[in-house]
Design a protein around this ligand. Structure first.
Ligand code: MN
Length: 423
């Protein structure tokens, strides 16, 4: 076991009970303040730790890392150093923050490098080159297939043989806290003879997680399912906002387009594969067995609890969905092996999202489309109102955390408020 994941480690920085950010997590992100340019950071309790300041004080000197890497507006250059270096930085951060280790004690510098999270602005963590969205939850694909086709033909013939995906839009990926405008577009209402144009009336969230590519490949090269995790830097929460009415009319035959590309919200923290290691678990059994290039030994999934809250403009919020990353049928390793099997190259900072993560029970469905079963089962809210899809003024908050043997690490939030269509 990685000793930096030891549940008994404690930090000299106070970590409130139930915090997403104990010393065993140490995710990476980017922040700025009115007085400080964008720079890399980690999270500890309610604080961010400024890696640039720690670097200037020599804490990473023996790791042979260019200081400028920490003074960037994105994690990309840091990630590109490779896992040997980025893991060494995480280990050093653990030493710096550990209440038992004297060698790297930085507590005297706390005023210089710790900032309350509430006093900083978290930025988009990676400059995303390419974004791919998969469709890897069997429950989600079955639910959607049942709604739009029939229960017998819910899964398309290819679904159990390959991780279905499409190329998404990177330019509209925004960090948590960024408002989302209701998209406008063409829709074909039920029973209508020609399409209408206007703001989407069926705006939805998709509960997803995304992984960040940590190592590139060259054209023609394929990553095996066995090696795939070496190419994954870490994971973040991801809301792949979707306009179901636009999507339904436009998607034949080439798949999702404007119903998806108007916005996707990512959490500001990238939790490393190192930190997730204690929560590794088996995914669902795969029958039929996938082709050899999609096979890898050992557990390739992670036990990550997921939650979606809808917070209306006025009044109380409600957690409408409780799901888990481990429900995904296709693992990240399989997604990446499939993505590169044709020789398509990947680059550091590329983002691959899981697809909506629905579980077996109705309260675990990861979209309003499924939760309200296409609008036929409205969800009641604490203020007496109900939701079939999202209303203007609603804030959607995704949360995720792992819990085991007294250790809890989390992902923070991916939050976004729906604003009325622009202009
Ligand atoms: Mn999606």
């Amino acid at each position: 076991m990685n000793r930096k994941n030891d549940p008994s480690l404690r930090s000299w920085v106070e970590v409130p009970k139930g915090s997403d950010f104990p010393i065993q997590n140490l995710p990476f992100g980017v922040f700025k303040t009115p007085g400080l340019t964008p720079r890399l950071c980690t999270a500890i309790g309610d604080f961010v730790a400024d890696l640039q300041v720690l670097s200037e004080h020599g804490f990473f000197d023996d790791l042979d890392i260019p200081t400028l890497v920490f003074a960037q507006p994105y994690l990309n250059d840091f990630i590109a150093l490779g896992k040997a270096k980025t893991s060494a930085v995480r280990n050093r951060l653990s030493e710096i923050l550990d209440d038992d280790l004297e060698d790297w004690d930085a507590s005297e510098l706390a005023d210089y490098f710790l900032h309350k999270q509430s006093n900083v602005q978290m930025l988009l963590p990676v400059k995303v080159g390419d974004y791919t969205d998969f469709y890897s939850s069997r429950e989600h694909a079955t639910n959607v297939g049942s709604m739009f086709r029939s229960k017998e033909n819910a899964l398309m013939p290819n679904w159990l043989h390959l991780p279905v995906g499409y190329h998404g839009r990177a330019s509209s990926i925004v960090v948590s806290g960024t408002p989302v405008y209701r998209p406008k577009g063409q829709q074909m209402p039920d029973g209508a003879e020609k399409p209408v144009f206007g703001p989407s009336r069926l705006l939805d969230f998709e509960l997803e997680m995304a992984f960040v590519i940590g190592k590139g490949t060259t054209l023609g090269e394929s990553v095996s399912a066995e090696e795939a995790e070496d190419y994954i830097f870490g994971l973040a929460l991801f809301n792949d906002w979707s306009a179901r009415d636009i999507q339904k009319w436009e998607y034949v035959p080439l798949g999702p387009f404007l119903g998806k590309s108007f916005a996707s919200t990512i959490s500001p923290w990238v939790v490393t594969m190192d930190a997730l290691e204690p929560f590794r678990t088996e995914g669902p059994r795969q029958d039929p067995a996938p082709l050899p290039y999609l096979q890898a030994k050992g557990p390739k999934s992670f036990d990550i609890q997921l939650q979606v809250e809808i917070l209306p403009e006025q009044g109380q919020g409600k957690a409408v969905c409780h799901s888990n990353f481990k429900y995904l049928y296709w693992s990240m390793a399989q997604q990446l092996a499939h993505h590169t099997v044709n020789g398509c190259n990947i680059r550091v900072g590329d983002l691959m999202a899981s697809g909506t993560i629905s579980g077996p029970t109705p309260d675990s469905y990861g979209s309003m489309l499924e939760l309200s079963w296409r609008g036929t089962k409205p969800i009641s809210m604490p203020d007496g109102s109900s939701r079939k899809f999202l209303l203007d003024g609603d804030t959607v908050i995704l949360r995720g955390w792992c819990e085991k043997n007294g250790l809890r690490i989390g992902f923070g939030e991916a939050s976004g408020k729906v604003l009325p269509a622009k202009g």
